[in-house]
Design a protein around this ligand. Structure first.
Ligand code: ADP
Length: 360
């Protein structure tokens, strides 16, 4: 029985015991001098001890029990936001004050953690807003510049009017890409965009993505090669989200490639775990410095800002990929050699035994 379930007011018992024993002893010692029988003296001492015990016990119980219980229930009902708000039980044989101390210490730790999380969320929010304003500034000011120049007379100049308009349009497109990526990332980060798992024919999805990016690859003289080892690779995943992962990775493999470069895509059952399929996207491009590999999935991190912008990058692609894979309980592996190329690899749950559910 612990302090939570005790029907006795343990604090009262503890408070009353020592004074009661002392009173009983004093009474008994004093009584020995004026009582003839020793047994009467002890009986008197016992009665005195019992009376003092009961008075103190009932008084402290009346004074403290309801208040202590009220404070404990207030502490237990504190609205913590983080999960796992279950309070561990106090130690066995704790009295109510010890249990209150235990609950207070537990709540203090919890509050410190919540404050820390709030501080982190606040600095994340500030940093995010700072990053967004910085990213929006450049295209907005460019559009403003081109439009002002056109309004100031360049509109009548056939040599530059088309060029300025198309440059303004390019920046508007950048703003659109950025807004879309920002919306996507904030939905992923708030957990609003949860994966909807179904059995997907992975190779079909990859072919689909390759088709959609073929034009871009041809423009940059890059060849995409799909090494279809597992001809029947079915994965249990969110089709749209995995499509997005593939688009971002294959598009990067094209963008950061060299002319005449290659992009190799493969799917195969994971060597260590046959219940998983490993998808890898390897390019023969510029590569990433070892110290930057860990940072490329950070929001807005680019190794070469101007190259990324020139290619229409928002700096959010790999961050989106990381979030999507995390929501699939998987992670992105990156290996790279400067001047030789980069491999991006991730696993997906194989759904071979679910092939009857295929959503083509
Ligand atoms: P971006 O829109 O700039 O492409 P990403 O988040 O997709 O943003 O990528 C972040 C940065 O990682 C890129 O700016 C680039 O510097 C680097 N990067 C991504 N993919 C590759 C790749 N395949 N080869 C070399 N560098 C890459």
């Amino acid at each position: 029985m612990n302090a939570d379930t005790s029907t006795y007011f343990r604090t009262g018992i503890r408070l009353a015991t020592v004074p009661a024993i002392l009173t009983g002893l004093l009474f008994a010692v004093a009584a020995i001098f004026w009582m003839e029988q020793l047994s009467h003296a002890f009986l008197g001492g016992f009665i005195a001890a019992f009376l003092v015990f009961m008075i103190l016990y009932l008084y402290t119980r009346h004074l403290l029990q309801r208040r202590v219980e009220h404070i404990r229930s207030l502490i237990q009902r504190l609205p913590f936001r983080s999960p796992g708000a279950d309070r561990p039980p106090p130690k066995l044989h704790s009295d109510e004050i010890e249990a209150l101390q235990h609950d207070t210490e537990w709540s203090r730790d919890k509050i410190i953690k919540e404050f820390r999380k709030m501080d982190e969320a606040e600095s994340y929010r500030k940093e995010f807003i700072g990053d967004i304003s910085h990213e929006l500034k450049t295209p907005i000011f460019s559009v403003q510049g081109y439009l002002e120049t056109l309004l100031d007379g360049a509109l009548e100049d056939p040599e530059v009017n088309q060029l300025f308009l198309s440059k303004a349009m390019k920046n508007v497109n950048r703003l659109i890409f950025l807004t879309n990526d920002l919306m996507e990332i904030s939905r992923l980060e708030t957990g609003e965009l949860k994966p909807e798992f179904s059995v997907i024919p992975l190779n079909n999805v990859i072919h689909d993505v390759i088709d959609s990016l073929q034009y871009k690859a041809e423009q940059r003289n890059v060849r995409i090669i799909f090494e279809e080892k597992e001809t029947n690779a079915f994965a249990l995943a969110d089709r749209n989200q995995i499509r997005q992962v593939l688009v971002n990775l294959i598009e990067n493999a094209i963008k950061y490639n060299k002319p005449e470069g290659r992009v190799y895509i493969s799917t195969r059952f994971t060597e260590q775990d046959q219940s998983k399929i490993t998808v890898s996207i390897r390019d023969t491009g510029i590569g990433i410095e070892p110290e930057d590999i860990g940072r490329v999935t950070e929001r807005f991190f680019r190794v070469d800002k101007s190259r990324s912008r020139e290619q229409g990058g928002t700096g959010l692609g790999l961050s989106i990929v990381k979030h999507i894979l995390e929501s699939h309980k998987e992670r992105l592996e990156i290996e790279s050699k400067i001047g030789q190329g980069t491999v991006f690899r991730f696993n997906l749950k194989s759904a071979d035994h679910h092939s009857d559910l295929i959503s083509a």
